[in-house]
Write a protein that binds this ligand. Structure first.
Ligand code: G4P
Length: 539
C-alpha cells in the first residue's frame, strides 16, 4: 500500500495561507506611514520599542533606508518587506506581511509593482489634510486591481477636520462608501479613545511617555462610558447612529469588491488605535487565495509552488553590491534550497540564498507559504514580472509597465568608461529602474531614459556613478506623453514636430509627444496612424 503525503501537505499549505495577511500602506508623504509601520510592529510585539525599524529622530535606530541617497534625503525610496507574527485577542495566530511602498512624493514604478503583490491596502489619511494627491493616485491603482482597502484616519491627537466631513470627502471624491468600525471619542486634537461600533464599547487610550511603547487601553462598557467620557461619548454615539442611518455599517462583500471601506481612527505617534487596526487586518483582510495565470486560470494557493517577482533591488548593501529579487509566493511551499524553474527561460533556479528582510536586518529564510515574500539574492536572471514554479508549469501575467511621463537623454561623461556605461544602463533597464529607449537618430551612445517619476532618474544617475563607476549626465527632453505605435507608422510620425519615435528594449515602439494636446492634434490629422495607450499612473 502506498501512503500519500499529498493531502496533509495541502492541508498545511491551506492553513498557512489562511493565516497570512499581505498588505501595503498607501499614503501621501508625511501622513505617518513610517510611524504606523513602527507602531504595528511594536503592537504585534515583534520589537520592543518604536523607532527600531525606520530610525526616527531621537529614537533607537536600525534604519531601513538602504541607500546613501535615501539617508541624505531622509526618505525611503526602496521597499522593505516586513514579516511578523500576530496573535489576535481571541487567540488566532496570524502572519502579517507588510510591504512598504516608497515614501516619496514622486511616482515610481516600484510603488505600483509592490501593489501587484498585496491582497489588501491600508489607506492612511492625515486627519487635518484629508485625501491628498499621492493617496488618490495610489487608490486608483488599488481600484484598478480590485484591492480591498481599509482606511485609517491618522493624527487624531492633533487638531484636524471633523470626522463626518472626512467620511463625506472619501465618499464624494473617490466613491467609496465608508463603513467606520471605530469612531473617535473626542474631536481631532482631543483624542480620548474610540467607540467600537460593533460591540458598542468605549476603548479608552492612555498616553505613554513619547509614544515609544504600546499605549495602555481600557475597554469600558457602554453603560459606564458616559461617566468616563461625558459629552464626547454622547457625541460619538449620536454620530455613529447617523452613520448607521446612512447605511455606513460594515459590509464584507462590498469591502472585498472595493466599493466600501472600513474606517479606523488612530494616532500612530501615540500608539492609539493600532491594536484595533491589527485586529481588523486579522479578522477582515483577505488571505492569499491563489493567482490568475496568463490564460486567466486560477493557480490555487494549494497547488505546487509558484511565485512572481514584483521587484528587483540592487545596491542595497554597499559592502556586498548584491542584487535581490523579491518574489511573492502565490501557491505551495517554498523550502530554501529548492530548485525552481524560471518560466521566462525554462532554466532551473537555485534558491540557496533565499532571505527575509526585516528593516535592514536580513536573515536566511527557510520556508515560505502563499502571501509571503522571498528575497532571492544573486538573482541576476530575474526581472520584475517573472514567474518561478516547481512541478507544474505556470506563467503569471506580466506586471504592466506604466506610461512614462519624463524622458532624459543619458550620456557617459567619462569616455574611458564606455563598457561600464553600457553594462549599467542594461542592468537598470532589466531591473526596471527606468525604461530604456533607443532610436537610430540618437544612436546607442545616447539612450533615452523614460520614467513615471523624476526620482527614478536620480536613482539611475546615483547608481551609474556609485555602482557601475560610469557617471552620467542627463538632459531632459520636452516630452510628457507616450503611446505605443506600429513600425509602419514610425516614418510618418518621425517627420512631425514635437514627436519622436523610440524602440523599447522589449521591442515595443513608442511615440512620444510634447503634450497631450499635441498628441490629440497628431491623432486627428493622421487618422490612419494607430496609437495605443499604455497603463497610465493614476488611471
Ligand atoms: P511618512 O512615512 O508617511 O512620510 O510619515 P512619517 O511616519 O515619517 O510621519 C511624518 C510626521 O508626522 C512625523 O513628524 C511623525 O512623527 C508625525 N506623525 C505620524 N503620525 C502621527 C500622529 O499620529 N500624530 C502626530 N501628532 N504626529 C504624527 P516629524 O516631525 O516629521 O518627525 P519626528 O521627528 O516627529 O519623527
Amino acid at each position: 500500500m502506498t501512503i500519500s503525503t499529498a493531502a496533509p501537505r495541502t492541508d498545511r499549505v491551506s492553513a498557512e495561507a489562511r493565516r497570512r495577511r499581505t498588505f501595503a500602506v498607501i499614503s501621501h508623504p508625511d501622513a505617518g506611514k513610517s510611524t504606523l509601520t513602527e507602531a504595528l510592529v511594536l503592537h504585534a510585539k515583534a520589537i520592543t520599542e518604536a523607532g527600531a525599524i525606520h530610525g526616527k529622530a531621537g529614537r533607537r535606530s536600525t534604519v531601513s533606508d538602504w541607500m546613501e541617497m535615501e539617508k541624505a534625503r531622509g526618505i525611503s525610496i526602496t521597499s522593505t518587506a516586513l514579516q511578523f507574527p500576530y496573535t489576535t485577542q481571541t487567540g488566532n495566530s496570524c502572519v502579517i506581511n507588510l510591504l512598504d511602498t516608497p515614501g516619496h512624493a514622486d511616482f515610481s514604478e516600484d510603488t505600483y509593482r509592490v501593489l501587484t503583490a498585496v491582497d489588501c491596502a491600508v489607506m492612511l489619511i492625515d486627519a487635518a489634510k484629508g485625501l491628498e494627491p499621492q493617496t488618490l493616485k495610489l487608490f486608483q491603482v488599488c481600484r484598478h486591481r480590485s484591492i480591498p482597502i481599509i482606511t485609517v484616519i491618522n493624527k487624531w491627537d492633533r487638531p484636524g477636520r471633523h470626522a463626518l466631513e472626512l467620511m463625506d470627502e472619501i465618499h464624494d471624491r473617490i466613491q467609496l462608501q465608508t463603513t467606520p468600525l471605530t469612531w473617535p471619542v473626542g474631536i481631532a486634537g482631543d483624542f480620548k479613545g474610540v467607540l467600537d461600533r460593533r460591540s458598542g464599547t468605549f476603548i479608552r487610550f492612555t498616553r505613554t511617555a513619547g509614544g515609544a511603547t504600546a499605549a495602555p487601553e481600557e475597554h469600558i462598557d457602554a453603560s459606564r462610558a458616559h461617566d468616563a467620557a461625558g459629552a464626547d461619548w454622547d457625541n460619538a454615539i449620536e454620530e455613529s447612529e447617523l452613520l448607521s442611518a446612512d447605511g455606513a455599517d460594515f459590509d464584507r462583500d462590498s469591502f472585498l469588491r472595493c466599493t466600501s471601506t472600513p474606517v479606523l481612527f488612530t494616532s500612530a505617534a501615540l500608539n492609539f488605535g493600532v491594536n484595533q487596526l491589527l485586529e481588523v487586518l486579522a479578522e477582515l483582510a483577505p488571505s492569499p487565495s491563489g493567482q490568475l495565470d496568463v490564460d486567466g486560470n486560477l493557480r490555487e494557493a494549494t497547488a505546487p509552488f509558484s511565485a512572481f517577482v514584483f521587484k528587483v533591488q540592487a545596491g542595497m548593501d554597499s559592502a556586498h553590491r548584491d542584487r535581490i529579487a523579491y518574489a511573492r509566493v502565490c501557491s505551495g511551499t517554498f523550502e530554501r534550497g529548492d530548485v525552481l524553474t524560471h518560466a521566462a527561460t525554462g532554466k532551473p533556479f537555485v534558491t540557496k540564498y533565499a532571505q527575509s528582510v526585516f528593516g535592514q536586518q536580513r536573515s536566511t529564510l527557510d520556508t515560505a507559504w502563499p502571501g509571503d515574500v522571498i528575497g532571492l539574492a544573486n538573482a541576476a536572471a530575474l526581472r520584475p514580472g517573472d514567474t518561478l514554479y516547481s512541478e507544474v508549469a505556470v506563467q503569471f501575467p506580466p506586471i504592466p509597465s506604466f506610461s512614462p511621463e519624463h524622458f532624459s537623454v543619458a550620456r557617459n561623461t567619462d569616455p574611458s568608461k564606455h563598457k561600464q556605461f553600457r553594462k549599467g544602463i542594461e542592468q537598470l533597464d532589466q531591473e526596471g529602474v527606468v525604461q530604456v529607449l533607443r532610436s537610430d537618430r540618437r544612436g546607442d551612445q545616447a539612450p533615452v531614459l523614460a520614467a513615471v517619476g523624476p526620482m527614478q532618474f536620480e536613482v539611475a544617475a546615483h547608481r551609474m556613478a556609485t555602482e557601475f563607476g560610469a557617471p552620467i549626465s542627463l538632459e531632459s527632453l520636452p516630452y510628457t506623453v507616450a503611446r505605443i505605435c506600429d513600425a509602419a507608422d514610425a516614418p510618418t510620425l518621425q517627420k512631425l514636430a514635437s514627436v519622436e519615435v523610440f524602440t523599447r528594449t522589449d521591442g515595443v515602439m513608442l511615440a512620444v509627444f510634447s503634450t497631450k494636446w499635441r498628441l490629440e492634434n497628431v491623432a486627428r490629422e493622421n487618422p490612419t496612424v494607430t496609437l495605443r495607450s499604455l497603463v497610465a499612473a493614476g488611471d
